[in-house]
Design a protein around this ligand. Sequence first.
Ligand code: ATP
Length: 445
Amino acid sequence: MAAANDPKLMDRVVNLTKRRGLVFPSSDIYGGFRSTWDYGPLGVLLKRNVKDAWWRAMVQLRDDIVGLDAAILMAPKVWEASGHVATFTDPLVDCKHCKERFREDQLPASGACPNCGAKDSFTPARQFNLMFKTHVGPIEDDASVAYLRPETAQGIFVNFKNVQTATRKKPPFGIAQIGKSFRNEITPGNFVFRTREFEQMEMEYFVPPDQSAKWFEYWVNERYNWYRDLGIPADKLRIRPHDPDELSHYSIGTSDIEFRYPWGWGELEGIAQRTDFDLTQHAKFSGEDLSYYDQENDERYIPYVIEPAAGADRATLAFLLSAYDEDEAPTGEGKVEKRTVLRLDPRLAPISAAVLPLSKNEKLTPLAQEIAGSLRPHFFIDVDLAGAIGRRYRRQDEVGTPLCVTIDFESLDDNAVTIRERDSMSQERVPIDQLVPELHTRLGF
Ligand code: ATP
């Protein structure tokens, strides 16, 4: 509705997330730590649902993809082989006037400093490596340098042989991983869109070289449809093929799935044809043979790789922005009032159903707790006892709870409760002993 074109949409979403415990600035009581964020009680549920939806689509529902959880700290040679030590850099410039730092490739065409407006005030660009360096063990010398991984992908490549041998999977097959990555971004910002610590959801799909183009197209479509299926509207989602001069050193073809954020189109996920670059490099640097022997055709080859690489934080933000809406709802006094509603897909909503006794009463409260207890093994449930029922509906609407289960005095006699739907606000009476199957049906899982 109107909210989609609201110039204040970003502010409203950021405020809502802080107020309702979805996302807090990190180290808040110390004034925050620029560019890092903490997911609060509801945010951790939302982000977990996003990751679970990815894992379900990529691993659980398929027999050609297996999972992995590799370490964040890896042998430093990994990053030499992958090209990160030499080339994982952004061009950094300083404004000589106000001393702010910028990425040269993100400066406005006018050439004016985005901070102070000075013209032609930039230093020549220096290449700045985005990897966080640390030291392993007590001695801080060159020999003990290690890096926090800037992507999860390399943990998959270095385990290719282990996983293939253990699972006896044959190309085409994939390895999926969700985990933290770290990049010392020059200009973090736009809330959780660009941070220095973030979570990735990456899958490396190993294919016979002559099938690379076919699988690339397949994965671009699959991943686009995943976002659509979970509620991102078509006019906020696009596929953007990279220009040849934009391609990373390892890629012969990349398409980004982009979301229309309030500040413009931005990458949600990149799908790349990485050829045999990674396995060849790791074979060279490690001395291990990382080829695959295809028994049926009696041939040995290094698999090509298709990589859909998504960000859990950017996806969570895109789902939040797509879901945010404002409309009108009836009040107890027969008037209408503005309501804020997150129209999240039920699979993503932090709370699946809220159990609300109509009033704080010595009979209704225990019944509400009993019903909540019977639902908890199946769904994420909240119980809210305090305040007028209309206020409590509003509180659930604004965090996207798809269903409310209301218990009133009649419930004590007829063993039935009212289910109220977030989007239509329609209400229907349902027997208590039918609640579990009824909620399964209405939530769709
Ligand atoms: P960008 O061009 O926006 O810096 P990228 O092309 O470097 O992104 P990839 O290396 O393709 O990003 O990483 C895959 C995904 O990881 C991105 O699509 C994004 O969702 C996520 N991601 C990358 N960098 C960040 C970051 N600094 N903060 C949050 N998410 C990120």
